[in-house]
Design a protein. Structure first.
Length: 201
């Protein structure tokens, strides 16, 4: 049976390895706490909705059983860059449309996800831009299997979304979703804390 599927890319919660741009202002412990809070918030917002399934895709794969994921299904990502990981998910997940989202954008809501799946009814690809040139989410029809729009992408560079879009075949029908912030600045941190009622440093 085909089902809509949300797959959230997450990294193992290790001090100094997550939310690196927040370490200067919040320290490694503070950045880690914010990352864990982002993961928990997105899980609470998006998991358990009967309109889609929800799965964590974990890097490194050896951390697929980390306690942070709780009882939610967690699968290992393959080796390689982010593009390789995305394509592997698109090719190998069970049947149904897939929306891949990013734990660095905790402002994504059920409304955003539902809009993505609604758009995939009459579009080939959907993207949700973030505020730093990348994307918080992408979905693609998988029948037939998707071509790879992620070749030759510098995932540490600028304008990632623009470059990915330029790789798509010209006949692909694309829908852009609402832009959402990543947590990389003091302002975004404060906005997130207001959202969740957080007071952690």
């Amino acid at each position: 049976m085909k089902q809509n599927r949300v797959v959230m890319f997450v990294d193992a919660p290790v001090k100094g390895k997550v939310f690196k741009k927040l370490v200067r202002d919040h320290g490694e412990d503070g950045a880690l706490a914010l990352y864990e809070q982002s993961v928990k918030h997105l899980k609470a917002e998006l998991a358990g909705d009967d309109r889609w399934s929800f799965t964590f895709a974990v890097t490194p794969g050896s951390q697929a059983h980390n306690p942070l994921w709780g009882q939610t299904t967690a699968i290992p990502t393959m080796r390689g860059n982010r593009g390789n990981k995305i394509v592997n998910i698109l090719v190998n997940m069970m049947p149904g449309n897939v929306l891949i989202i990013d734990a660095h954008c905790p402002f994504v809501t059920k409304v955003d996800v539902n809009e993505a799946f609604e758009a995939l009814l009459d579009h080939d690809v959907v993207f949700g831009a973030n505020n730093v040139g990348g994307f918080w989410g992408m979905g693609m029809k998988r029948d037939p299997l998707p071509l790879d729009p992620f070749k030759n992408i510098d995932w540490r560079g600028d304008s990632i979304l623009k470059k990915v879009l330029s790789n798509l075949r010209h006949d692909r029908k694309v829908k852009m979703l609402s832009e959402r912030k990543v947590i990389e600045t003091k302002g975004a941190v404060e906005e997130f804390r207001t959202l969740v009622g957080a007071d952690a440093e």
